[in-house]
Ligand binder design. Structure first.
Ligand code: NAD
Length: 367
């Protein structure tokens, strides 16, 4: 009994639901953390090695991300046990069974995450009438295609640059993980005058201090090729992007890529965290002590969920860009101001901001 409540604290989770449907083989866990700000919005992850603990930790991260972004949504997440590359017919049966099983969990709105996509959200919407991150044919805004998260990152960088006396015109940018988030961040920063000097993927880093050609990089990635096929620049190993001379460094690949043993290689003055938890807490402290400004993940990369929440309200693509700009600009400003005046790392100020908003919303609920 006690084990079942091992994640419980004064914020949540309010529900952890285990689902088993013997007819389809569906096994899933839904974690609804806190809904004081509104119904929880959070992705459905499909993988073979997921767990209730992972669902809860991701749900808590969504509570903070959504409240920090000032969205009328709490945090939730669900996991489906299974190989996302399973036969598509079987995947549809499993996802539809999952949808029917969460029909009455009205305080949870599912969205796409690792292993699920907009088509899966279309099936869920068809079953129960609620999901975010839908295909465009049924009112969805294709957030990866339009670069919602990369756009938000560029806005956060623009605000943060003022806090470290950096001019965006001519600033050198390095991006780890030239995917949906990384390439659009590079594009929007280039529109503000910055120069992409290095980019990496799972195979290689490509480096050119005079600037890389974004169209050539995009052509490689959309053709399913690696950056090591880039015609020009220097080809380096995958992790060389960490030590490249630059002003702005953007992790947009995997968690925990910057740790105690490699943090000293980073040369940038400003870091905008595109990936979730790309820097371990001790490495983040080291950066703060060295005077490197690092914008925390759930402030800088909230563009995707803001876009999904805008879509859920029937908003358009241009509404989404406007809301992302407004919210990320205001939040980055608040967090960096508070961190500066308190002398804390930005993450401390960001968590405090998120918690403050959740607790203020909780105080409005009937007790
Ligand atoms: P993606 O799969 O489109 O792109 C990831 C890129 O990183 C790929 O180019 C891949 O080759 C590269 N990569 C993977 N491992 C790498 C490594 N070890 N070193 C260098 N490059 C590596 O994924 P994405 O949607 O761009 O997401 C990137 C990260 O951002 C993930 O951590 C994701 O959770 C997070 N995130 C995404 C969104 C979104 O809107 N897509 C929103 C918030 C956070």
């Amino acid at each position: 009994m006690e084990g079942m409540f091992r994640f419980a604290d004064d914020l949540g989770p309010i529900k952890i639901v285990h689902i088993h449907d013997p007819a389809t083989g569906l096994k899933a866990v839904v974690a609804i953390d806190n809904v004081a700000c509104g119904p929880a919005i959070g992705g459905v992850r499909m993988a073979v090695d997921v767990s209730a603990e992972e669902a809860f930790r991701l749900a808590r991260a969504m509570t903070f991300k959504n409240s920090a972004a000032g969205l009328p949504h709490g945090g939730g997440k669900s996991v489906i046990f299974g190989d996302p590359r399973m036969d598509i017919g079987q995947k549809e049966r499993i996802v539809r069974a999952f949808a029917r099983a969460i029909r009455d969990l009205g305080e949870y709105i599912p969205g796409p995450d690792m292993g699920t996509d907009e088509r899966c959200m279309g099936w869920i919407k068809d079953e129960i009438g609620r999901a975010a991150g839908l295909p465009p044919e049924i009112g969805g805004i294709p957030l990866d295609e339009i670069g919602a998260t990369g756009f938000g990152l560029a806005v956060a960088v623009e605000v943060a640059a003022r806090f470290c006396d950096l001019k965006l015109a001519g600033a050198r940018v390095a991006v780890q993980g030239y995917g949906s988030v990384g390439r659009h961040a590079a594009r929007f920063l280039a529109q503000k005058g910055a120069i992409l000097v290095a980019a990496s993927d799972t195979k290689a880093t490509v480096h050119d201090p005079n600037g890389l050609d974004l169209a050539a990089l995009d052509a490689l990635k959309s053709g399913g090729r690696s950056l090591d096929g880039y015609p020009g620049g220097r080809k380096l190993d995958r992790d060389a992007v960490i030590g490249v001379e630059c002003d702005i460094w953007i992790p947009a690949a995997r968690p925990d890529v910057i740790r105690a043993e490699n943090v000293s290689r980073l040369k940038a003055r400003l870091i905008a965290q595109g990936a979730n938890i790309p820097i371990t807490p001790d490495a983040e402290r080291t950066l703060h002590e060295r005077g490197v400004l690092s914008i925390p993940d759930f402030i800088a990369n909230a563009g995707g969920v803001i876009c999904a929440a805008t879509e859920y309200r029937g908003g358009t693509q241009s509404d989404a860009f406007r809301v992302i700009e407004e919210k990320i600009r205001a939040n980055t400003e608040t967090v960096l101001k508070e961190a500066r005046s308190a002398g804390t790392p930005p993450r401390t100020a960001a968590v405090a901001l998120a918690e403050r908003r959740v607790r203020a919303a909780m105080a409005l609920r009937r007790r």
